[in-house]
Design a protein around this ligand. Sequence first.
Ligand SMILES: Cc1cc2nc3c(=O)[nH]c(=O)nc-3n(C[C@H](O)[C@H](O)[C@H](O)COP(=O)(O)O)c2cc1C
Length: 216
Amino acid sequence: MSHFLVFLGSARDSTPPSPARLGLRVARACVALLRVGGHTVELIDPLDIELPQIFKPHFAYGKASVPQPLDDLAGKIEQADGYVMVSPEYNHSMGPALSHLLNHFGSSLFAFKPSAIVTYSAGQWGGVRAAVSMRTFLSELGCLPVSAMVHVPHAQDVLDADGEFLDDADRWAGYFGRTLGQLEWWSEAAARQREEQDPNRVSPAFQRAPDQRNAP
Ligand SMILES: Cc1cc2nc3c(=O)[nH]c(=O)nc-3n(C[C@H](O)[C@H](O)[C@H](O)COP(=O)(O)O)c2cc1C
């Protein structure tokens, strides 16, 4: 069994557009489906994490001065076997609350573990345009996204506030399950391989010297 973090990609508090934080429903559905599979899961809500006003990534602080909320989340990221990234589509792009939160952490915390892309929208496209660019983002972050993705159009008509499917629950669970199933498979495979061979020996975490970066 694996341990997953489900990142919720919205910190929005506005109406219109209504409802606010539609993403909470989608994230709750992901948490419930993974728990049914016997996994342990934590929902990471950007509203619960007090980020400093000035942007400074976790890895740029000295050990003694790193803000506790950032350090706590870094520990959770490091401990997890895989990630579900739940994002709205804002202006055809990934939700800024999600990219801002993730930008606080270096790729070494996520590396050699898989992720799943889950997008949604209040309209008809389900966030597919955001999803495409999330592949690039998450690949650079080190947590390669699995091939299947979830897109939920009209999410307000699909899920209630608790993240329960309003209609066709089996069909939706099957649809989510394809992506989450790939995530589970890769998470278990990667965990086994991390035991077998330390990924840091294959690809050490980036340090300061340019020759340690992926560049000529
Ligand atoms: C700033 C902003 C930009 C948006 N851009 C898009 C968009 O490009 N495509 C889309 O389908 N919906 C777009 N929407 C509508 C969202 O799908 C809808 O508001 C959704 O509820 C956002 O998720 P959230 O409530 O979890 O923040 C946008 C909403 C906002 C607030």
